[in-house]
Design a protein around this ligand. Structure first.
Ligand SMILES: [Zn+2]
Length: 164
């Protein structure tokens, strides 16, 4: 097993500064340079942040360079901490994908689409980049995708089986 940093702790639940629910997971992680980063992930509103996400920081700037316009538009800055929160994108090859979908801050929802097995005859259509002769076993099936209200991240997770 890989050696884990010893200062990592089990996630604890805190009150979400973004939506006020008590389903926000807070994890404290020690970095190799001995600094400590806290990360936040709310299962109710789907927003996430870390203590590195200070408004105006290089971390935020770099993240936004490669992030979808909608996610940037949906950013929320915690007035108490100045940390920038974003709706999360979850992409697990075995389960599926969840991402914010829509045209703007007043018109968006969560889109959840499951991963399905690729049938033998179609495998060659799904090559793994950089691994000649290797093919994916599962793919995201957008046709089976479902929309969930922007306040209903929890059920989007349940739909894909991330949580029971
Ligand atoms: Zn929340």
């Amino acid at each position: 097993m890989a050696q884990q940093s010893q200062s990592n702790t089990e996630p604890t639940k805190i009150e979400c500064p973004h939506c006020g629910s008590h389903e926000c997971f807070n994890q404290v992680e020690g970095l190799p340079d001995l600094s400590v980063v806290e990360s936040y992930m709310c299962m109710e509103c789907g927003y996430t942040s870390t203590t590195l996400n200070k408004e105006g920081s290089e971390v935020v700037e770099r993240y936004e360079e490669s992030t979808a316009e909608l996610i940037k538009a949906l950013r929320w800055i915690d007035p108490k901490t100045n940390l920038v929160w974003y709706p999360i994108v979850l992409n697990f090859p075995t389960f599926g994908i969840i991402f914010p979908d829509g045209t703007g801050t007043d018109n968006w929802n969560w889109k959840a689409a499951p991963a399905v097995d690729i049938i033998e005859e179609e495998k060659t259509k799904y090559p793994i980049p950089g691994q000649p002769g290797q093919f994916y076993e599962r793919r995201i099936d957008m046709k089976q995708g479902r929309d969930f209200a922007s306040t209903d991240f929890y059920n989007a997770c349940k739909f894909l089986g991330f949580i029971q």
